[in-house]
Write a protein that binds this ligand. Structure first.
Ligand code: HEM
Length: 246
């Protein structure tokens, strides 16, 4: 896949472009690494884009195969090939018959989108898809030295849980949501972190969450050695240790 260059310059979403609650998927669309309009994205395109920024083939394949399943609201009655974490509608294919996904479907209820986000409000309380300016401001002040290590990311998730528990009487947050939230933080840590101990620089966090832009200008480069499960899982467990709210 091409690096920087006109084709992959950053352009914010236009009014008709579809976007998701995931800042990283929106970033990929803003760089044209997946369809800029957020529509008709194939599994191959999505897998290739998330591997380009730094996830290993194993993680990318597991994640994309799961989300490309057809969505079932009730997992106990899910027909084969469907699941709760699946995001597609039945028979959703492009003109060549290849399964596709639109970015707004990433925010569909009763699937992956969950309460206690870092920068989005709970569905019950407001907009669970777009960046919340107050939550964003709070997050960019969350690290004392401007670096987001696993301990900071995990502890901050726990702080967010306590805040939402206080203000959302219908909070939906169990172990599934906890691990999904920690996996998001682990992916962020692995893709944008600077090695084992220095964490993710604040400038990178501001580029990705604030501008939905890859932080090339701030010095980031896609990792050459990608993050495979043996790296991702310990990072996820460390973040979960700091975030554990139960
Ligand atoms: C197939 C690819 C992906 C899918 C389907 C996906 C899906 C999602 C969804 C549904 C959310 C919203 C969760 C919520 O309610 O807060 C989310 C948030 C998030 N995702 Fe992704 N994501 C993908 C790839 C990635 C990658 C590659 C990264 C990091 C490198 C990433 C990092 C994040 C982060 C940090 C959040 C948290 C946003 C917040 O809490 O404010 N995602 N993702």
């Amino acid at each position: 896949m091409a690096l920087q260059g006109n084709e992959h310059d950053h352009h914010p979403a236009g009014p008709d472009d579809l976007r998701s609650p995931c800042p990283v998927l929106n970033t990929l669309a803003n760089h044209g690494l997946i369809a800029r309009n957020g529509r008709d994205i194939t599994a191959t395109q999505l897998k290739s884009a998330i591997q380009y920024i730094g996830l290993g083939f194993d993680v990318a394949t597991a994640l994309v195969s799961r989300v490309f399943e057809v969505h079932a609201d009730d997992p106990s009655h899910a027909p084969p090939g469907t699941s709760r974490a699946g995001l597609r509608d039945p028979n959703q294919v492009n003109k060549d018959g290849i399964p596709v996904l639109n970015l707004d479907q990433v925010g569909r209820p009763h699937a992956l989108e969950h309460d206690v986000s870092i920068t989005r409000q709970d569905r019950e309380l407001g907009d669970c898809i777009h960046l919340d300016p107050d939550l964003y401001k709070q997050f960019i002040q969350a690290s004392q030295d401007g670096r987001y290590r696993s301990s900071v990311l995990g502890s901050y998730r726990k702080t967010r849980y306590e805040e939402q528990k206080r203000i959302n009487p219908h909070l939906q947050f169990g172990k599934f949501e906890h691990y999904v939230g920690c996996a998001e933080m682990a992916a962020l840590r692995c893709v944008f972190g600077q090695g084992v101990s220095r964490g993710v620089p604040g400038e990178y966090v501001r580029a990705v969450f604030g501008d939905e832009r890859l932080p090339y200008n701030e010095g980031w480069k896609p990792r050459r050695l990608k993050a495979f499960f043996p790296e991702m899982i310990p990072v996820l467990l460390l973040i979960s240790h700091y975030a554990w709210p139960f």
